[in-house]
Design a protein around this ligand. Structure first.
Ligand SMILES: [Zn+2]
Length: 302
């Protein structure tokens, strides 16, 4: 188990909801699709690093750090005796080529060079560690995790681990002698402590409550073709069932994530969860899971 686990960002969760409940503009649709793809790649990478011996390595995932008012990201930071390994994970799929220190898609579109990215984050990380009085050795690499990735004219002398080399890289890492001590744990704790959270709302398109498709969606396939018998919410697309109570709570959480300042009231949730026919049932569920504030006609839940 990693010292710091990776979780889906609020930004990704909100994009997911917006993609399901609104029509995303094409630019945002692209951002959303890249976020999903990136996250999938990082999860693939985590599954591989989970195979590292926990007595030898500490894995700190998904860090956003800052030095001199400049932020930089590290997908995974592997702590071991001697050298530490910051990892930049890429889930590129398909064919690309490398020419004059640049990455191109096969249609000649230039892609942001991941080597430039790690060069930048590596330099900033060194500054960051120096400021914190760590004199440690780090070795940054870019990991391409998608087995369907090919890079033509791939450079041999760059810090890149290609999909076909991943298993061997981790095997060799695992075979190293590494004894963890208090300093390693302190470094891991420091990194986690310094992690910055950024507002998830910066890259999202503007949206409002009225444009949202209402109703609880299926928890598995996200379809809105669901019906309720009062106890169970059944999906007519994939056949999955869920307790109505769980479905309502899930929908309330979606609403709160989209609109953190919204006042949760029985009427609002009644409207938000369209297929649920009983206002009473919604009130009972809100009362059970939230704190009731206000009174009579101005009751809301937090
Ligand atoms: Zn479904």
């Amino acid at each position: 188990m990693a010292f710091r686990e990776r979780t889906e960002s609020d930004e990704l969760k909100i994009f997911r909801i917006l993609n399901n409940r609104t029509i995303l503009p094409s630019k945002e649709k692209q951002i959303y699709s890249n976020l999903e793809k990136g996250f999938k790649g990082e999860v693939m990478f985590d599954q591989l690093t989970e195979g590292l011996n926990p007595n030898k390595f500490l894995i700190v995932n998904d860090l956003l750090l800052e030095t001199n008012s400049t932020t930089f990201q590290i997908d995974s930071f592997i702590i071991s005796q001697g050298t530490h390994f910051p990892c930049e994970v890429k889930n590129f799929e398909g064919d690309y080529y490398y020419k004059s220190d640049q990455f191109f898609a096969m249609n000649d579109t230039e892609i942001q060079n991941p080597l430039d990215q790690i060069k930048r984050s590596d330099a900033l990380l060194r500054q960051f560690l120096q400021k914190k009085k760590y004199s440690i050795s780090i070795k940054s690499n870019v990991f391409f995790v998608n087995p369907a990735f090919t890079l033509y004219q791939a450079p041999r002398d760059k810090p890149i681990i290609y999909p076909t080399q991943l298993a061997k890289f981790l095997e060799e890492l695992n075979a190293r002698t590494s004894i963890l001590n208090d300093d390693h744990y302190k470094l891991a704790e420091d990194l986690v402590k310094e992690h910055k959270t950024i507002s998830p709302y910066t890259r999202l398109p503007p949206y409002d409550y009225y444009q949202m498709k209402k109703g609880p969606c299926c928890m598995v396939c996200h379809s809105f073709t669901v019906s309720s018998d009062g106890t169970i919410l059944a999906c007519h697309s994939c056949g999955c069932v869920e307790y109505v109570e769980d479905a309502i709570l899930r929908s309330v959480r979606e609403l709160q994530l989209l609109f953190p300042d919204i006042k949760i009231t029985t009427n609002l949730i009644f409207e938000w969860c369209q297929v649920i026919e009983s206002r009473k049932q919604i009130r009972r569920i809100l009362k059970k899971h939230f704190n009731k504030m206000g009174s009579r006609h101005s009751t809301y839940y937090i």
